[in-house]
Structures are given as structure tokens and as C-alpha cells.
Design a protein around this ligand. Structure first.
Ligand SMILES: [Zn+2]
Length: 377
């Protein structure tokens, strides 16, 4: 679609993610079921209407199916007809929409009953089975594809090329750090032919700009506390009402209101301290962790925030939720692999950190550690 890229809001943003060779479309009112083999990424922050967009494809397909066989020949390749739409979501996503029927594709303002054309899968192998079981289906909508294994991206691409099927992927692609959600998210870009960027209004009360980003924050005594850059990548929520300093909340935010304090500190200070500790020079890291734990205002982190942001309260609020030492250690252990388990256990015990919190965070981030086992130090 020549000329569209340059005028599309957010084109620069998409280019910065590595989208330059893709056609960037405006969202349109009626879906094209005639072009075979497309892999369409529908991206945007939470609340941008990704699933609603998928529901629109579903409704468009039902209109297209009522047309004559002339249309059928345009929308079919071999045995598949792209007007036959199938919805796929994760097995572990059941908790999200407990108020809806089993066959519902649910979005904010309603849902669509998919009847038999819906399946829950665990991984890319389950995905392949669904493809095999439905030889007439021509359009698959895979919800939150980034949550599955990387292999799914290639299964979809190969099947699209071989069979002429179309795949639509409404998915988060960036995490709260404004980085790729994971390696599957990155691969989705490689295999996509089209991208449809959706935005929400920025949810900051003083703003009506377009939001591209998902913002993570905590609420402490009514105050908004942005998550630090090294906050754990994955936080699995428990209760529906989040009011604690341990469970974050999320909003769609524009660039200006997406506060992300501590990124410079993470690479400038925290990571080098972890590297030194990994080589046996533990004391500097221990000192900083002790400050983060007992007296954050005298930590190198706080000094860096002050230097970077002055007294702008919103950034300094990021130390209020606490558990900063636990989060810093989790980052060094799970994401940077700079400290081993024995050193982790030793630091946790020496500083008297919250082992219950750490056990949950480390397990959520696929590096489970038990602190109840006795260790010989
Ligand atoms: Zn804003």
C-alpha cells in the first residue's frame, strides 16, 4: 500500500521496532479474505481493542459467507476457504474470562460465540493438531501468540505458504520495559506480512495522546509508583483487586507518561556490581543491596534517580513499593545469570530478605529456588 507508511501515526515507532519492510495499514472497516497466505499482526497496548478487531473479522466473515459462489472462488485456495474463521487461545488463559461461555471470544464490550470453531492449545504442537483437524478453515485468529513457544511462528508461516491460509495474531509485542515481550514476539515480526497497529488513549488523567506502551506501576498509599526497570519481567497476579505494593497494575500510556526509572542505573551500576560479585568480589553488591533493603534513600539507585530526574516526585516514588533488594537480586539471577544459586541464597540470608516473595518471583520467572533447604555456606 504505497504512501501509507509515512502518514500512518506511529510509523516512526514501528520502524524503530524493525518493521520497515512491512505494509503498515490504517485499520480498515472490512476485512480482505481474498489474498492468500497473509500473516497479520494486530498489535497495541492493553485496551487498544485487539480482540475487538478480531471479532470484527469474525463478523465480516459471516457477511462474506452469505455471498454467492463467485465470492467463494475468490476467498478459497484448494480446500480452504478464508471465510471460515477459527479462534485459538491459550489453555492457561481460562482465568481471564470466567464470566463468559466456553465458546466465547470475549472483548471489553461483549463477546462472539464461536460454536465449534474455537480451541484452547498449550503449545505449537497443539496448534498443529488444530490445523490438521480443520482442513476447511482458511482464517485462524490466534490470541496472544507471544505467550506460546517460538516454533508457533514458523508453523503458521509454513502452513500459510503451503495452504493459502490466513493467520491473524492479536498480541502484545512489548513489555512494560518497552522491549520485545520475548523471543516469540520478535519472531512474529519475522514471519508477518502485515501489521495493524492499534492504539488506546493514554490513560494519564492529563493526556489525550495515543498510547503505544503498556505501563506497569504500583499503588502505595494512593500514590502512583512506576515500576523500576529491573522489576521482575513476569509477575503473576493473584487477587482481582490489586492494592498491595507487591502486585502491579497496568495502563496504556503515551511515551511522555510512560515512566521507566532505573534503566540507566541497571546497566550503569547494578549489572557491573553483579558481575563483580560473580567474580568473587561480593561486598560492593552486598552494600548496595543492604541500602536498597533498609534505607533506599542512601542507595546508589536513589542517587542516580535524583541526578537523572531531580526532585520530580513521580520518578522517586519508584522506591516506595519496597522489595527493591529482592527485585535487584531476581534480575541479576534470572535475567542476567550473573550470580549463582549459592551466592543468591547467601545474600538473601545475610540481608534477611523476604524469601516468600522471592520464591514466588523466581518461580514465576522460571528460575525456582527454595530457601528453606539448609545450605552449607
Ligand atoms: Zn500521555
Amino acid at each position: 500500500m504505497p504512501g501509507l507508511e509515512n502518514n500512518t501515526p506511529g510509523a516512526d515507532f514501528l520502524r524503530s521496532l524493525g518493521f520497515p519492510t512491512l505494509d503498515v495499514h490504517e485499520a480498515f472497516t472490512h476485512f480482505d479474505f481474498t489474498t492468500p497466505g497473509r500473516r497479520v499482526l494486530v498489535i497495541g497496548p492493553m485496551g487498544s481493542g485487539k480482540t475487538e478487531f478480531a471479532a470484527r473479522i469474525w463478523r465480516d466473515a459471516s457477511v462474506a459467507r452469505r455471498k454467492s459462489s463467485v465470492i467463494g472462488s475468490l476467498t478459497s485456495t484448494g480446500s480452504v476457504d478464508r471465510r471460515n474463521v477459527f479462534f485459538i487461545r491459550s489453555e492457561i488463559d481460562g482465568a481471564r474470562f470466567t464470566d463468559y461461555p466456553e465458546d466465547a471470544m470475549a472483548y471489553r464490550s461483549g463477546y462472539i460465540s464461536c460454536g465449534g470453531n474455537i480451541a484452547r492449545i498449550r503449545d505449537s504442537f497443539g496448534f498443529e493438531q488444530v490445523l490438521k483437524d480443520n482442513p476447511d478453515v482458511g482464517t485462524y485468529i490466534i490470541d496472544e501468540a507471544s505467550f506460546f513457544d517460538e516454533r508457533l511462528a514458523y508453523v503458521a508461516r509454513n502452513y500459510a505458504i503451503e495452504r493459502g491460509c490466513m493467520f491473524v495474531f492479536p498480541t502484545l509485542i512489548l513489555n512494560f520495559r518497552r522491549e520485545f515481550f520475548n523471543s516469540t514476539a520478535r519472531l512474529m515480526l519475522d514471519i508477518a506480512t502485515d501489521v495493524i497497529p492499534l492504539t488506546a488513549y493514554c490513560e494519564h488523567p492529563d493526556c489525550l495522546a495515543s498510547a503505544f506502551y503498556t505501563y506497569r506501576y504500583y499503588r502505595v498509599d494512593g500514590r502512583e509508583c512506576p515500576a523500576l526497570y529491573f522489576d521482575p519481567l513476569i509477575v503473576v497476579g493473584g487477587d482481582k483487586v490489586r492494592n498491595s505494593s507487591l502486585e502491579p497494575d497496568y495502563e496504556a500510556r503515551c511515551e511522555q507518561h510512560h515512566y521507566l526509572p532505573g534503566k540507566e542505573y541497571t546497566f550503569f551500576t547494578l549489572k557491573p556490581l553483579g558481575e563483580r560479585a560473580g567474580r568473587g568480589d561480593v561486598k560492593p553488591l552486598l552494600d548496595e543491596l543492604r541500602a536498597l533493603h533498609r534505607d533506599p534513600e542512601h542507595s546508589l539507585l536513589f542517587a542516580n534517580l535524583l541526578q537523572r530526574y531531580g526532585s520530580d516526585g513521580i520518578y522517586l516514588n519508584s522506591v516506595l513499593p519496597g522489595h527493591i533488594a529482592e527485585k535487584a537480586l531476581s534480575y541479576l539471577f534470572c535475567e542476567q545469570n550473573l550470580i549463582g544459586e549459592p551466592l543468591l541464597v547467601r545474600l538473601v540470608s545475610e540481608l534477611g530478605l523476604d524469601t516468600a516473595y522471592l520464591e514466588k518471583v523466581l518461580s514465576d520467572n522460571r528460575h525456582p529456588v527454595s530457601f528453606s533447604q539448609p545450605y552449607l555456606l
